[in-house]
Design a protein around this ligand. Structure first.
Ligand SMILES: Nc1ncnc2c1ncn2[C@@H]1O[C@H](COP(=O)(O)OP(=O)(O)OP(=O)(O)O)[C@@H](O)[C@H]1O
Ligand SMILES: [Mg+2]
Length: 255
């Protein structure tokens, strides 16, 4: 199962959710590949920490047709295709042959994804080429939303429309899976109202599990770790484990 975590809005938790969901799925015995398709490289940093400096990344793949290296990460059963800032400068070059560019990531990974139970793809905060590439290579998409923002729904609509357009035009196997609500602060009424609003709007297309707003996430990120590794017994780590369970039940329910 290849899943893109995407939203054109920045800072909604795409990277945090990709990294922690990958770690939680691996802890449940799943074999996971993470693809950092964002030149910001934040997922690469949380996955590798300071253990390895990746030498072959998606820059080499997109720029020079090199097969990207699959790196072992700090987390057992999680592997990584890494990214780096220099990839960003390739985007205008790749626009030269858009049809081919849209399929680049899919072509690169199509023979290896069968080796994994889950492939999670992180993308940049826009609806540009790299995001389209991610969606063309995916079976499903998860859209993170921030509970305290009244712009959540607008952000969702743009991401959903992009998924629909890619599904209609390039990749009929792509489906919108679920939205996930991040940065929930149960003490504030705006958060409560926003969650009610989101649930009314999307019904069952929203994960039951929500992710709380907590400084533990930023602290873990500072140490280049998932919060599951940094503070395994924290409330937010439990939520990520619950999110992984919910995803597994959705994808391969036990009969
Ligand atoms: N639930 C949360 N509680 C507190 N801080 C959070 C939470 N989720 C994410 N953050 C913090 O917010 C910032 C943005 O999160 P993250 O990098 O996961 O978002 P993103 O959507 O990947 O951003 P970008 O669009 O730049 O790629 C990070 O500093 C992260 O530590
Ligand atoms: Mg990110």
């Amino acid at each position: 199962m290849i899943i893109s975590i995407c939203n054109n809005k920045g800072g909604v938790g795409k990277t945090t959710i990709t990294a922690n969901l990958a770690h939680a799925l691996a802890n449940k015995g799943k074999k996971v590949l993470v693809i950092d398709n964002d030149p910001q490289g934040n997922t690469t940093s949380i996955m590798l920490g300071e253990t390895i400096e990746p030498s072959v990344t998606l820059r080499d793949a997109y720029g020079d047709g090199v097969t990207p290296t699959i790196y072992p990460t700090q987390y057992e059963n999680v592997s990584l295709i890494a990214n780096e800032t220099a990839t960003a400068s390739l985007e205008p070059v790749l626009y030269g042959d858009l049809r081919e560019a849209y399929h680049l990531l899919n072509d690169i990974i199509k023979d290896i994804t069968g080796n994994y139970d889950y492939v999670l793809i992180d993308s940049p905060p826009n609806l540009g080429l790299f995001v389209i590439m991610s969606l063309v290579a995916s079976d499903a998409a998860i859209i993170p939303l921030v509970s305290s923002s009244r712009f959540s729904i607008e952000g969702f609509v743009a991401a959903y429309d992009a998924i629909k357009a890619v599904s209609d035009n390039f990749n009929p196997r792509l489906k919108f899976l679920r939205a996930v609500i991040n940065r929930v602060d149960k003490r504030t009424s705006v958060s409560k109202l926003s969650i009610e609003h989101i649930r009314q709007h999307f019904g069952s297309r929203v994960f039951e599990t929500t992710i709380p707003h907590t400084t533990d996430i930023e602290a873990a990120e500072q140490s280049q770790l998932t919060v599951i590794r940094w503070k395994p017994q924290s409330g937010v780590s439990k939520r990520f484990r619950a999110l992984a369970e919910e995803l597994i039940d959705l994808i391969d329910p036990v009969v």
